[in-house]
Design a protein. Structure first.
Length: 118
């Protein structure tokens, strides 16, 4: 398992495997968050359930961006109101630096495409 957390450690995420590739998106929200997204099936990600997150609904209210209520770090996104969604994003910047260093960075022009699921 690969584990990571927000800055204060309250929101913890565990992944079954490290990403081989992460996405650097320049859409209006990702560029502001400074995230690098790893994509997983929700069953491959364990988010600690004992700490609630703040949720920001975006893009016609179908993406939920989650962030720590204490330190504000963006940790992941999920498909709003869709329990059968087969993909979610994890901010790999919350993982240890060696996890990110091993991944290829894919640049995605979300600003031009309008596609926020990368």
């Amino acid at each position: 398992m690969i584990e990571g957390s927000c800055h204060c450690g309250k929101v913890r995420i565990a992944l079954h495997s490290a990403p081989s590739e992460v996405t650097d998106c320049n859409c209006s929200i990702c560029r502001r968050y400074g995230t690098l997204w790893g994509y997983y099936h929700p069953k491959q990600v364990q988010v600690a359930e004992d700490v609630p997150t703040d949720i920001y609904l975006w893009n016609k209210r179908w993406i939920e961006f989650h962030r720590c209520t204490a330190c504000g770090c963006v940790t992941h996104w999920t498909a709003a109101g869709n329990p059968s969604a087969d993909r979610m994003g994890v901010n790999i910047r919350i993982m240890a630096p060696d996890v990110l260093a091993a991944a290829k960075i894919r640049r995605f022009d979300g600003a031009a495409s309008g596609n926020v699921t990368h």
